[in-house]
Write a protein that binds this ligand. Structure first.
Ligand SMILES: *Cc1c(COP(=O)(O)O)cnc(C)c1O
Length: 378
């Protein structure tokens, strides 16, 4: 019998494990030299823009909103199809989330609908790069500039993705990454924010450590309300070990994605009614390989049947506006029909660095059976 193939799994090499052990033995296990080195390497990768690390992608976005001065009375436009963190951070700073429906092809926020959702109170947009797929970045920033909006890019899934050859994070406004365990590179838990200038970076340092500034008359002072969001050197040691493999990880995922398309064949959509993602091997880092199931099978049924074939299927994501917290604020079914359909039928196929082409083939064979393609082929 085949061994179980999960939808995602981190790969940590021996050099990284040794570096974590060194850190543990060094006597300095909280934020220190490893964090400084990780931030330096990330900054170089992002073209010299300032980078600060945190203990989650969620607090990274919250801190960006605080630096931008967004709070009560302000509206922030985002997508209903993301991890709930994306909208929760808007509530966390006291601002109002405004959802705009998605594009059914890219499954990212639809920029026409973003423009339509702008009001005099709109202060920012939080676009999400679902599965690592960037938006039309030129158009996004044209809209932001025209309406004087800040952009907090939820690039949690997009490290290694590019736009016209430039890494996501190397341009734009605030760009937030996550290093949670399933992301393309991990620190077990963690995040990083790319900022615009030294003043924003100094504010980020304050917000991540109790608002402490080193400039007070006594060498220390507190002038803003910060929290406790710093990354540890243990996490940064993992991050440095992972970051060394970023290009190889992205290349391997693109190769696996290509193999999914080749193995499923060009008639897969017509034969099954399922929808594949856009076949892009240039800009997307293929954080996820997601298909939207035909209405003839429910997502739980598909997931259970794939599990019988020993294949793990992920679910990213349930529409945020239909969670109770958001329904209680007045959001309801029918408001964002594309997101609701995609959110009901979307599944993530196995996709991770340690996977090989035989795993892709096994997944495709099981999928053919579960979606009844065998019959239509004969
Ligand atoms: C992972 C993720 C987050 C949250 O990041 P954490 O590091 O888990 O806090 C937010 N948005 C998206 C799109 C994500 O994939």
């Amino acid at each position: 019998m085949n061994t179980f193939l999960p939808f995602s799994k981190p790969t940590i090499d021996e050099a990284t494990i040794a570096s974590v052990a060194d850190t543990l033995r060094s006597g300095w296990i909280t934020s220190g030299p490893k964090v400084a080195e990780f931030e330096k390497q990330l900054s170089e990768y992002f073209g010299g823009r300032p980078v600060r690390t945190f203990n989650s992608g969620t607090c990274t976005m919250e801190i960006a909103l605080r630096i931008a001065g967004i709070g009560p009375g302000d509206e922030v436009i985002t997508t209903p199809i993301s991890w709930v963190a994306t909208a929760n951070v808007i509530l966390e700073v006291g601002a109002t989330p405004v959802f705009a429906d998605i594009d059914p092809v890219t499954r990212n926020i639809d920029l026409d609908r973003v423009e339509a959702a702008i009001t005099p109170r709109t202060r920012a947009i939080i676009p999400v790069y679902l599965a690592g797929r960037p938006l039309d970045m030129d158009r996004l920033y044209a809209i932001a500039t025209k309406h004087k909006l800040r952009v907090i890019e939820d690039a949690a899934q997009a490290i290694g993705s590019t736009w016209h050859g430039k890494p996501i994070g190397s341009f734009g406004d605030f760009v937030s990454f996550s290093f949670q365990a399933n992301k393309n590179i991990t620190t077990s838990e963690g995040g990083a924010l790319v900022l615009n200038n030294a003043a924003e970076a100094a504010l980020a340092e304050k917000y991540r450590l109790q608002g402490v500034t080193r400039s007070g008359w006594d060498g220390i002072d507190v002038d803003v309300l910060g929290g406790k969001y710093n990354m540890t050197d243990i996490a940064a040691a993992i991050g440095l070990g992972q970051f060394a493999h970023l290009n190889a990880i992205t290349a391997h995922r693109r190769k696996l994605a290509k193999h999914y398309f080749a193995t499923l064949g060009k008639d897969f959509e017509a034969q099954t009614g399922a929808q594949l993602p856009p076949a892009d091997f240039e800009s997307t880092n293929w954080h996820l390989f997601q298909i939207v199931l035909p209405d003839t099978i429910t997502r739980p049924d598909f997931m259970a049947k794939m599990k019988e074939h020993n294949i793990g299927i992920g679910y990213h994501y349930a529409p945020i506006h239909l969670f109770k917290l958001y329904r209680d604020m007045g959001f309801k079914e029918g408001m964002f029909p594309i997101a609701e359909h995609v959110g009901r039928q979307i599944v993530s196929l196995p996709m991770f660095y340690a996977m090989n082409e035989a795993d892709v083939e096994r997944t495709c064979a099981a999928m053919r059976e579960v979606l009844g393609m065998e019959r239509s082929l004969s």
